[in-house]
Design a protein around this ligand. Sequence first.
Ligand code: ZN
Length: 197
Amino acid sequence: MPTSPDPRIADYFERVRQALREMGIPDSLATERRQSLQFEGDDLISIGVDQLGREQRLERRAAAAWCAMRAAAGEEGVELFAASAYRSFDYQRQIIARKLAAGQALEQILTVSALPGFSEHHTGRAIDIGTPGSPPITAAFEVTPAYAWLLHSAANFGFRMSYPRGNPHGVVFEPWHWLFDASSKACCAAVNADGIE
Ligand SMILES: [Zn+2]
């Protein structure tokens, strides 16, 4: 991993290095899998609770775009909900540590979970989207009207799918995982039109 003169970035690099070292994971692994370091979002707001009653948060602009997108889908008879949004570095570290402790092979874990420090969920701009009648965060989402709607419309709100089939990161096809791109003009138009920002 490169070093940086910004002390906060350097601190974060060190936290990531240390966590990986403690788990016996070489930090070259992320580079090999073409994964970028993801920083924790710092302007997070609540987007309500998930199906299990746990509060979910997104970075402010992503939250506004998500609300606008969910409302637009609803107007077309498609119900979307947040299955998982922001996840901290520490939370991701616990997920990986738990899977390793349960005896899962690292290679297998990395097809479905990012290393701590490398999950897009850290940023508060990634969201796992679910819809009623389909078990969340499973391949079954691909055959839902919600997925068809997202393929057609999500870009209008600044969201794109991170892990399509054959992605270069060695991650399984994740039709449920969408990332808000703050630089998207479409998203800003949608957010501003809704007057959320
Ligand atoms: Zn995800």
